[in-house]
Design a protein around this ligand. Structure first.
Ligand SMILES: O=CN(O)CCNC(=O)c1cccc(Cl)c1Cl
Ligand code: NI
Length: 187
């Protein structure tokens, strides 16, 4: 199973590398890695397992964070509205590509965190409010999906990892909580 020991931290060069596309059809190894990444996220959101294995909670994970420079991301976004409800998004994306996005931008009012960053970095991380992503799913099928608000932000955080971009690269240095007036600030 993946644990925090497998997660590389800022300063490791792989976090700043551009990851390579994975061959399609997917190799057994890449399918297995995707499944392990998704399981890590589920484990990290389970209070007992997170405590037992000292896992930091995450809603997304990118293969470069495991020192695997491949274009693979996993997303496990829970539905916090209703206890025990199905997750909003639970998927593995191979070779994800943002094919279009809104002009409208958005950010999370509480900012973002990263398993590869062992320190809080406060500030608004300005991203696209809505995105359309094309990717290959774990069954090898090509998907095209639209995401908005929180989910869109998480997907962008993960795709950034595939391009060597860290969330704090988007924070305004002079005024971390600066947001142009038409930016959606999501609570
Ligand atoms: O790359 C993935 N991680 O570093 C996992 C830990 N961070 C999060 O779950 C997280 C937390 C807040 C906002 C966003 Cl957008 C994300 Cl992604
Ligand atoms: Ni991250």
């Amino acid at each position: 199973m993946i644990t925090m020991n497998d997660v590389i931290r800022e300063g490791h060069p792989t976090l700043r590398a551009v990851a390579k596309e994975v061959p399609i059809p997917l190799s057994d190894e890449d399918v297995a890695l995707g499944k392990d990444m998704l399981q890590f996220l589920k484990n990290s959101q389970d209070p007992e397992l997170a405590e037992k294995y000292k896992l930091r909670g995450g809603v997304g994970l990118a293969a470069p964070q495991l020192d695997v420079s491949k274009r693979i991301i996993a997303l496990e976004i829970p539905n916090t509205e209703t206890e025990g409800a199905d997750p909003i998004l639970s998927t593995v994306m191979y070779n994800p590509k943002i094919v279009s996005h809104s002009v409208q931008q958005a950010c999370l009012d509480e900012g973002e965190g990263c398993l590869s960053v062992d320190r809080p970095v406060p500030g608004y991380v300005i991203r696209q409010a809505r995105i359309t992503v094309r990717y290959t799913d774990i069954n090898g099928d090509t998907q095209k999906a639209r995401f908005k608000n929180y989910t869109a932000i998480v997907v962008q955080h993960e795709i950034d990892h595939l391009n060597g971009i860290m969330f704090y690269d988007h924070i305004n240095e002079k005024n971390p909580f600066f947001a142009p007036e038409d930016v959606l600030i999501l609570g």
